[in-house]
Design a protein around this ligand. Structure first.
Ligand code: SF4
Length: 358
């Protein structure tokens, strides 16, 4: 529930609206997972809430940690048996950026968009997640992150005031966030709300395959979040071969709306580009990409393809990646090669679920 829905709900129960603040605080600040742990509300209200609503939305089906302990991945079962994945990634300070803990969350069970390089895309669409199910993934991983902070404080590896918890959220797990638009926006508002999880909007990134009308709508939301657009090719033929959505929203329309987004929000756009060996990674592809994005306030993230169970693409060689980046530099387009995390635990989107279902 949103905060105002919770107030109305309590009002209908004959309770003071003031209780909403206490319950909200117990869930989002104190991480309470059961109404019976909320000692600041009456026994009657605790029983009545637990009969009518639930805050225990996820069952952990599988939980894996990578060998280097930088990445945890959970496969959760929802109340109706659907399966979703969530990942926690730990990054050390690297001279450019401070240490951070990023949670990658799912917005749908499965996905209807069918990108050929993606394990989720190979599983089909099941349903949209509620914003409660989206936010709960962050709460789950935040509990882990906070307990690590406390352990480090106990060992004098971290000073007392240095509790970090989760610092960044990326909507890059299973599903297309903008195809579940309302729940995605509601989840962002709770994550960002100082009374909610209080995560800065600039630390929240929403990824999309390029749903043009929704990008336009998002540009009007007045949110300071980051937008990451999965481009993966600079011409329609190459893009349509891996991303069926390109037939509905071809590159020209997508780039047009991206320019409008930058104009309206003043924010730069992140373009995601999965490198697929001998498909979209040649110098010519890089040149086309540079030409396409020239003049747009943007950053390109190059991503080595995740080996999916039924995948048909190979990884790009590191020399090819360097050549690709060199071409982009000619157009003054900054790019980064994404740091890989959790390959040994199938941390790529949809890989854990496909492991259970195959
Ligand atoms: S990459 Fe994203 S949009 Fe494409 S199939 Fe996978 S989950 Fe869906």
């Amino acid at each position: 529930m949103s905060f105002s829905d919770l107030e109305t709900f309590l009002d209908n129960l004959g309770e003071s609206k003031f209780r909403a603040k206490q319950i909200w605080r117990s869930v989002y600040h104190e991480g309470k997972e059961s109404f019976f742990d909320m000692t600041n509300i009456s026994n009657n209200l605790r029983s009545s809430l637990s009969e009518k609503i639930s805050i225990d939305l996820l069952r952990t089906k599988i939980f894996l940690s990578s060998k280097d302990l930088s990445t945890d991945k959970a496969l959760f079962e929802l109340e109706d048996g659907e399966l979703i994945e969530t990942v926690l990634m730990r990054y050390k300070e690297d001279g450019h950026r401070n240490s951070r803990k990023t949670v990658c969350i799912s917005t749908q069970a499965g996905c209807a968009l069918g990108c050929t390089f993606c394990a989720t895309g190979q599983q089909g669409f099941r349903r949209n997640l509620t914003f409660g199910e989206i936010v709960k993934q962050v709460l789950y991983m935040r509990k882990l992150a906070l307990s690590e902070d406390m352990d480090e404080i106990a060992k004098n590896l971290r000073s007392k005031g240095e509790i970090q918890g989760v610092t960044n959220i990326v909507f890059m797990g299973m599903g297309e966030p903008l195809a579940n638009y309302d729940n995605t926006i509601s989840a962002i508002k709770i994550l960002n709300d100082p009374l909610g999880l209080n995560i800065g909007a600039r630390h929240i990134t929403v990824s999309t395959v390029g749903l043009v009308p929704q990008i336009l709508k998002l540009s009007e939301e007045k949110l300071q979040i980051n937008l990451a657009v999965s481009l993966h090719a600079a011409d329609n033929e190459t893009r349509s071969a891996t991303m069926p959505v390109n037939k509905r929203y071809p590159i020209e329309d997508l780039i047009n709306v991206c320019k409008k987004y930058v104009y309206k929000t003043g924010r730069r756009i992140f373009f995601e580009y999965v490198l697929l060996s001998e498909h979209n990674d040649s110098e010519e592809h890089a040149y086309k990409l540079g030409k396409l994005l020239y003049g747009i306030k943007c950053h390109v993230n190059l991503i080595p393809v995740n080996p999916t169970t039924q995948g048909i693409y190979n990884r790009t060689k590191s020399t090819t990646v360097l050549n690709f980046q060199e071409q982009l530099k000619r157009f003054n387009i900054p790019s980064t090669l994404r740091i890989e995390k959790g390959i040994d635990i199938n941390a790529g989107c949809g890989q854990l679920r496909s492991r259970i279902e195959l």
